[in-house]
Each structure stands twice: as C-alpha cells, then as structure tokens.
Ligand binder design. Structure first.
Ligand code: ATP
Ligand code: MG
Ligand code: MG
Length: 405
C-alpha cells in the first residue's frame, strides 16, 4: 500500500489495528511510549516514542506519514487542525523546507466535538439524536443541588473531558452525595446528566466512508447491535447480537447509530453506545471516534471485515460497499469477555490456560503489565446459538469473577 498511516496512541486498539494492517501490507507508524502494545506487534524502526498529547511529537509523526488517525480521542486537536489545514514543514535533503500535506481522519472537528462529552451531547441533540438530558454545571454544591431539584435523583455527574472506563463519572444518588462527588471530580470541567433507567445497553460499530457529511446516512455502514454489560462502569461482556432484542429494535439501533455518525466529519470507524429504555425507545450515550471495546468481537465474528480492517480501509478511501449498509456477523452468536488485571500479577494465568484449551474461544492478550482492574486482554467465544455460547462462556466468567482485585 502506498500511503502510510500515523497512529496517535499505541494501546490494545492500536495493537489490533496493526494486526489487521500487517496482512494487507499497510504500514502503520505509532506515536506512544516505548514498547507500547501496538509497537510490540509492529517491528518498524520509525515509531516515535513520546506522548500523543505532545504537539511537537505529533508534528514529527505527521512528517513521516500520509494520514493521521487515532486510537484514543484524548489528543491535542489544535495541532491536528493545524496539520490538516496547513500541512507540516519537512526539510528536503538540500536543507530547504517545504510544506507536506497530511490528512487527518476522522476530522479534528469530530475528535474535538467528541472529546468534550458535553459538546458531543449538544452536537447530537442539535442533529436530532436523543441523548440523556444534560447541563453544564459549575463545581459548586449550589449548582448540583439545583440540577438535582430540577431533574431528580439519582443523576450522573460527569467530567466533560479525559473520561474513560467510568473514570470521570460519579452517580449522585441523593443531595448527601454532592460533597463526595465534588471531591472525586474536583478541578475538572463538569456536566450533569439525567439518570437513564435503561433496561439494556447496546452498542453499534459504524464505519463512515465519506468525508462529506450526508443527511441520509448513506455514507455509513453498521455492524450488528450488540449488548454490553458494564460492571463498576467498565465493560465486562459483549453479546453479539444483543439478546432478546426484536429485529425492529436491532434495525432502529443501527439506524440511530448511523444517523449520529453521519452528522460527524471525516472517515473512520466509530463505536456508538446506546441505552435501550423500558418503553423500547433508544437514547445515545456516547460515541468513540475509533475502534471500540464493544467491537472486538468482529475479529472473529466478521473474519474478513473486522472493525480494525474497516478503520484502515475507510480512512484510506478503500472501503467496499455492503448490501443494505450492514456488515453481517458470520456466527449466530459471539460473546466477548474482558480480562482485567486481578489481585495478583499472575491471577489471569488460569483463565488463559482454560481459554487456550477451548476450540471455540479466541484469546487476545495485549502485552500489558497486569494492574488491578486494567484491561489486559479479552476472550471471544463463537457459537451456533446464544444458549451454547453462554454455556461455553460461563466457566470463564466465573474465573474472572474469582480473580477480581
Ligand atoms: P467508556 O469507557 O465507555 O468511554 P466513560 O468513562 O466515557 O466510559 P460513560 O460511557 O459515560 O463513561 O458511562 C459509563 C457507564 O456508566 C455507562 O456505560 C452506563 O452503564 C453508566 N451511565 C452513564 N451515563 C448514565 C446515565 N445518564 N444514567 C445511567 N447510567 C449511566
Ligand atoms: Mg467514553
Ligand atoms: Mg462509555
């Protein structure tokens, strides 16, 4: 492949992106700390050691590549805007400086809108996508009390930026939780969200294939709607497809996710998190402008078209079209279980051995040091029915529960 991709972030999502890039002959250059998971599976010499929030390091990466993309949204979008709009200066062998054009996909505008969760919600509401009612608040007891009075308890207090795996969320169950919430999230820009009493959490991976925003969502392709189960605000399990959900809701979830992604700018793959409410209505929780934990299952379920391959081909402008704008799963049922670091550094050894011995399980370890509650790997089980998949997965779930920190 002629064009080289520069990746901001080299965690497990970047690692699996590189695993998808290798057989396609696509070169990926990574900016992250030395020996980060993505660098471990990509033996190139020109990776950059440094931080994906360091503007000069991002420019250094841009000089080596044709397209910049991200595996994390918490990056410096000011420098991405500068690079996308004006290019980056490179020195020719004779010492003369010239400006090189570099694409940023998805657009810096999309990353900037999404990385501030309140701006993201505002954007979605303006584009006709229903989200939980939310309001920007000051870090004061008065502001939070006023929100509780207006919207009721419980409500969710959220950090606007740098939030992941629930680190940035604080459920405020009653007015007496307010001091604790302010202490936990102090010094961060905040907003408050009305509690969503959902009956299930769904997620849909969406691929955006065109740069222009399209009102009918025709430039987007959806994977199946899956069910996600969170424990302590960290994704634990993914059931694909979502269990006990009608074809109508399955379709509506895909359409809503495509509509939301269609309102954003640029190309790439997006993880869309949804709440399914008791009355059957769907509400959008948040969007990730990159591959997503809820899409790991696609490596096995869509063997010729994982979310990682879609990310690569969409940003390169090589994504083929799919009938009905949908990418089907090859299995009636797929279940993914995250492996989190346990109480001891070797707590996960037993589950690894068990998974390796299962013909229907695929083990993915990320090469990360085990720390309590850190995502260090996952297991995907493929099955002929959800019932048989659940039976295969049950001992593995029991093992992860037993090793919890
Ligand atoms: P991620 O790792 O998905 O990026 P995050 O830190 O950005 O997580 P959210 O997705 O906002 O956090 O919330 C994490 C979880 O908390 C949700 O998946 C859901 O289970 C719960 N949650 C979030 N917002 C609400 C809400 N308004 N009402 C009820 N539960 C909520
Ligand atoms: Mg998030
Ligand atoms: Mg989330």
């Amino acid at each position: 492949m002629e064009r080289t991709i520069g990746l901001l972030g080299g965690g497990q999502l970047g690692q699996m992106l590189c695993e998808a890039a290798n057989p396609l002959g696509i070169k990926v250059v990574i900016l992250d700390a030395e020996k980060s998971p993505a660098k471990q599976v990509n033996a190139k010499n020109d990776h950059i050691d440094g931080s994906f929030v360091d503007a000069e390091k991002i420019r250094e990466l841009a000089r080596q590549v044709d397209i910049l993309t991200v595996e994390i949204e918490h990056v410096d979008t000011v420098v991405l805007e500068e690079i996308a709009e004006y290019g980056v200066e490179v020195a020719r062998p004779d010492g003369k400086k010239v400006v090189k054009r570099v694409e940023v996909q998805p657009s810096w505008k999309t990353i900037r809108t999404i990385q501030d969760k309140f701006l993201q919600k505002d954007h979605l509401t303006k584009n006709g996508v229903q989200t939980a009612v939310s309001k920007a608040v000051q870090s004061t007891a008065e502001d939070l009390q006023a929100f509780g009075k207006e919207m009721g308890y419980p409500f969710m207090l959220k950090a606007r930026k740098d939030a992941y795996d629930g680190r940035g969320n604080y459920p405020v169950k009653s007015a007496s939780d307010i001091p604790g919430a302010l202490k936990a999230l102090k010094d961060r820009g905040l907003y408050a969200e009305k509690w969503a009493n959902f009956k299930m959490e769904l997620a849909v991976m969406v691929v955006k294939t065109e740069d222009s925003t399209s009102t009918d969502g025709s430039a987007t392709v959806a994977y199946p709607a899956v069910e996600t189960i969170h424990e302590d605000s960290i994704c634990k399990l993914v059931y694909a497809p979502a269990r006990g959900v009608s074809t109508k809701v399955q379709r509506e979830a895909q359409e809503l996710a495509r509509k939301a992604v269609g309102s954003l700018w640029g190309k790439g793959v997006f993880g869309v998190e949804l709440f399914l409410m008791p009355d059957g209505e769907l509400m959008l929780n948040e969007i990730a402008p990159r591959p997503h934990n809820s899409g790991h299952y696609t490596i096995e379920a869509c063997p010729t078209f994982s979310q990682y391959k879609s990310q690569l081909l969409s940003i390169l402008g090589l994504m083929p079209s799919f009938p009905d704008s949908r990418i089907p799963s090859m299995f009636p049922a797929t279940i993914m279980l995250n492996i989190l670091g346990g109480a001891s550094k070797s707590a996960h050894n037993e589950i690894m051995k068990h998974a390796i011995a299962m013909p229907r399980a695929a083990l993915h370890m990320y090469g990360k040091e085990s720390k309590p509650a850190r995502k260090i790997g996952h297991i995907t089980v493929v099955a002929d029915s959800m019932y048989s998949g659940e039976a295969l997965m049950q001992p593995l779930i029991s093992m992860t529960d037993a090793m919890r920190a």
